[in-house]
Design a protein around this ligand. Structure first.
Ligand SMILES: CCCCCCCCCC/C=C/CC(=O)SCCNC(=O)CCNC(=O)[C@H](O)C(C)(C)COP(=O)(O)OP(=O)(O)OC[C@H]1O[C@@H](n2cnc3c(N)ncnc32)[C@H](O)[C@@H]1OP(=O)(O)O
Length: 358
């Protein structure tokens, strides 16, 4: 999964040959990844507010933060590969198969027996919109059935994921906020169920900070590899909310009830080292060698007999699946009430009006 300079040059040429206009958002991501890959982090002065085009480009490039150039090159190649239409298979990077170029919020690629699902809203720190929840469910369903031995979830840019996109709270349907809360609880329950029931080894490659639901879900993964730049933050009480992702079941089991309470009730942010010491993370790698070391390891894992790995996962997880579904249902029930509370409304408003950040 490491793109060479030749892959990068090929991808650069492929972009010029794309038959379909990928749209402005994707073009901005291509621009940002290209600049990051060739020049490193953005050092340009911020354009004026009325210089719309250059401001959008600057936002996209700075949104990649300190993403290593090698990773930007890989992400650029993956993104171009995902855009290559089935009518033009010659455009795809040899060996890399684009699963579904149609995703708006994800880049999904399969190579070397590994399906990689990459959250792809780097300028928004990969915050999860309603669309992204839906696309993730589709991508997981497809990955569960494809030929790959392993499935990996990772993020594009400097964040792994900043959790639920708080603008999800602003899109209120005609049925009102109660209806929205009810629908969201169903969406969340279905979303988390996809992780509980995922049939093959699922690995998180945590490339940077993780917030909220992207942290709680980690208890449902089979391995979690983290860069030493990653942090793990679950500020549910700060947001007037309560935990999800089966963390009320998995976290006490993984780290003990006292540590779980500190994280889930009091929102203690863990460093990668602390998360590893508490058992949430499998191994931490220096950021400078993170991608190289992790992908080398994953490629070796992907050569193991896939049916044996699936069978081992099934035996490991079968005994707790019922409890996990029960925890998921209860967490969603409690959250539905929380979303209608003043505490939650005030916290979300404070963020959206730029008065508060984590
Ligand atoms: C009525 C009920 C509806 C409910 C629907 C919900 C359905 C499912 C819910 C599942 C529950 C999940 C719980 C959680 O995940 S809780 C965690 C929520 N996340 C946060 O609170 C993080 C908020 N973000 C921040 O505090 C900061 O952005 C940051 C992550 C610390 C990064 O700070 P930094 O200074 O580095 O960067 P910026 O703030 O400038 O971010 C760049 C742009 O990205 C936007 N952004 C980042 N994170 C989010 C987010 N979670 N939601 C929305 N937008 C986000 C940020 O606003 C910047 O945008 P801009 O460039 O346009 O200003």
């Amino acid at each position: 999964m490491r793109a060479s300079q030749v892959d990068f040059e090929n991808a650069k040429n492929q972009v010029k040959l794309l038959k379909k206009d990928p749209g402005n958002e994707v073009k901005l991501q291509l621009y940002a990844l290209y600049k990051q890959a060739t020049e490193g982090p953005c050092k340009m002065p911020k354009p004026g507010v009325f210089d719309f085009v250059n401001k959008a480009k600057w936002d996209a490039w700075t949104g990649l933060g300190d993403l290593p150039q090698e990773t930007a090159r890989q992400n650029y190649v993956d993104l171009v590969s995902s855009l290559s239409s089935p009518e033009s298979p010659g455009q795809a990077r040899p060996g890399a198969e684009s699963k579904q170029g149609a995703y708006e919020t994800l880049v999904v690629t399969s190579e070397d027996g590994i399906t990689k699902i990459m959250l792809n809203r780097p300028a928004k720190k990969n915050a999860i919109t309603t669309k992204m929840y839906q696309e993730l469910m589709l991508a997981l369903q497809a990955a569960g059935k494809d030929d790959s031995a392993l499935t990996v979830l990772t993020g594009n840019g400097d964040y792994y994921c900043s959790g639920n996109d708080l603008t999800n709270f602003t899109d209120i349907p005609p049925g009102g906020v109660e209806q929205k809360a009810k629908d969201s609880a169903v969406l969340l329950r279905d979303f988390v169920s996809c992780f509980i029931d995922f049939p093959k080894p699922l690995i998180a490659v945590v490339n940077g900070p993780a917030v909220g639901i992207s942290v709680t879900l980690l208890g449902l993964f089979d391995a979690v590899y983290a860069s030493d730049r990653a942090t793990f933050h679950t500020p549910f009480s700060h947001l007037g909310q309560s935990p999800e992702g089966c963390s009320t079941y998995t976290f006490p089991k993984i780290m003990g009830s006292a540590k779980a309470a500190e994280v889930l009730i009091f929102g203690k942010k863990l460093t990668a080292g602390e998360a590893c010491a508490q058992g949430l993370v499998t191994q931490v790698f220096p950021d400078s060698t993170f991608q190289k070391e992790v992908w080398a390891r994953l490629k070796a894992f992907a050569k193991l007999p896939p049916n044996a790995m699936r069978a081992s996962k099934e035996v490991l997880r079968r005994g707790e699946r019922e409890q996990l579904h029960a925890a998921n249902a209860e967490e969603c029930r409690v959250l539905q009430g929380r979303w209608l509370s003043d505490e939650c409304a005030n916290a979300v408003m404070a963020f959206l009006s730029r008065r508060a950040k984590l």
